[in-house]
Design a protein around this ligand. Structure first.
Ligand SMILES: [Zn+2]
Length: 63
């Protein structure tokens, strides 16, 4: 069984654990169809389009 060569210092241990629940900024881009903010590589939440194709039904039941 592998054993660490040296004990991790408090600062190194705490630095590793501090990485766990940090706040990450979402990669926002604007929808090319309606201009709303959306996550990149995701369908737009307000018009339901992803790369000029309707993939979600948003709001009124159309198609
Ligand atoms: Zn949109």
């Amino acid at each position: 069984m592998p054993v660490p060569k040296e004990k991790l210092s408090r600062s190194r241990r705490d630095r590793r654990r501090a990485n766990h629940d940090k706040v990450v900024k979402p990669n926002l881009s604007t929808c090319t169809r309606c201009g709303a903010f959306k996550l990149s590589h995701r369908a737009c939440g307000s018009c339901g389009y992803y790369r000029d194709r309707k993939v979600l039904s948003v709001g009124d039941a159309e198609a």
